[in-house]
Design a protein around this ligand. Structure first.
Ligand SMILES: *Cc1c(COP(=O)(O)O)cnc(C)c1O
Length: 367
């Protein structure tokens, strides 16, 4: 079988949630953000594992994602929809007991007419200019919002992964904006904001990427392993070129393994130096390895749609599979090779992988 297998450690995910919750401390609720199918790792398995570990609040981007999560975790925990109440979402919100995060006067109007009496949260814009009530709209709508008794007022930080003056600016604006909705629990921090310190935690924190082993939560337990089957191994003479664009040329008698997996599986072409390297562009080293147990074998040449080539000359014997993601080389290593972030590598992980879940989800506690 040429299908690669992606192993997802559910126990590591719940351990990372507990570790982030411990940083936030006992007075702060730790939610879990499972948008984009739990950052590509599978809401249907990740949701119940986190639910069993004690998560009481989840966030997703879309109402449809919320309905899928509700089907997986059952009734009880709150599921908030970050895109808020979009036209046509009211029925789904009602059926799946989803809580829209109202973002604008338009969404407020929609909520009042289509979903009155249901729970809602309010998102305010503290300076990212992306989602949430702008300050003037918030002032204008504050009385109507208070009347709905929202269960949370939240905002999102643009620069929390850096020591940046915008963080304090957003903190001040969030304090001012949320003061218009007094007595309502407040939330500002995602994973990077949790690491900024207690001043950022308010009543509820919203970790996403940190649950899945991604930076900036450097202390996270690794969550994913990705093993790519070796399809073929060949001897390559010095001077022969490997892969598209003849981008890697053997300098010694080499053994090259071709493994199953490529940019169609989220192993971005840019990982192999694909950016800017046109036909004939030479790739010396990608800095990325495929692991045979503990032995690191350099990835060579361009990443193809379904294939990657590996210099296995140093191996005494080539195993049936080589790992491209494991405890030694994580999503952030692939990300830095490709000039992107771990979030993008995670959410790009492909549909063609066989997904294997380690760590049994505990049975749901009575809701
Ligand atoms: C994605 C997202 C989060 C989670 O962010 P991480 O950096 O992955 O922890 C939290 N809040 C909002 C509004 C988001 O969009």
């Amino acid at each position: 079988m040429a299908r690669a297998s992606l192993t997802i450690d559910l126990d590591a995910i719940t351990a990372n949630w507990r570790a982030l919750a411990a940083i936030a401390g006992p007075r702060v609720e730790a939610a879990a953000v499972l948008k984009a199918d739990a950052y590509g790792l599978g809401t249907a398995r990740v949701g119940p594992a986190l639910r069993a570990a004690g998560v009481r609040s989840f966030f997703v981007a879309l109402a449809e994602e919320g309905a899928a999560l509700r089907a997986a975790i059952g009734p009880g925990p709150s599921i908030r929809v970050l895109s808020g109440l979009m036209p046509g979402d009211a029925a789904l919100c009602r059926e799946a007991a989803l809580t829209p995060c109202l973002n604008s006067p338009e969404q407020l109007g929609e909520f009042e007419s289509d979903l009155a009496g249901a729970p809602c949260s309010v998102q305010i814009d503290s300076g990212m200019q992306r989602l949430g009530f702008a300050p003037a709209d918030l002032s204008a709508c504050a009385e109507r919002l208070r009347a709905l008794r929202p269960d949370l007022v939240m905002s999102h930080l643009a620069c929390a992964d850096l020591p940046h003056p915008r963080n304090t600016l957003q903190l001040e604006r969030f304090a001012a904006g949320s003061a218009l909705l007094p007595g309502i629990p407040r939330s500002l921090a995602a994973t990077p904001g949790i690491l900024l310190g207690p001043g950022w935690h308010f009543d509820l924190v919203r970790p996403g990427v940190g649950l899945f082993g991604g930076l900036p939560f450097a202390a996270a337990r690794p969550v994913v392993r990705l093993a790519l089957p070796v399809i073929q191994t060949r001897a390559v003479e010095p001077g022969e070129a490997v892969g598209y664009g003849a981008a890697w040329i053997a300098e010694r008698p080499s053994v090259v393994a071709t493994v199953s997996g490529g940019y169609a599986d989220g192993l971005l072409r840019a990982i192999g130096g694909g950016i800017g390297g046109g036909i004939g562009g030479r790739i010396e080293a990608t800095g990325i390895f495929l692991y045979a147990g503990d032995v690191a074998c350099p990835m060579i040449g361009r990443v193809s749609m379904d294939l990657i080539t590996v210099d296995v000359t140093e191996l005494a014997s080539v195993p049936p599979r080589l790992e491209i993601l494991n405890a030694r080389q994580g999503v952030d290593d692939l990300a830095s090779a490709a000039g992107t972030i771990g979030y993008e590598i995670l959410t790009a992980l492909g549909d063609r992988y066989e997904r294997v879940y380690n760590g049994a989800a505990l049975p749901l506690d009575p809701a």
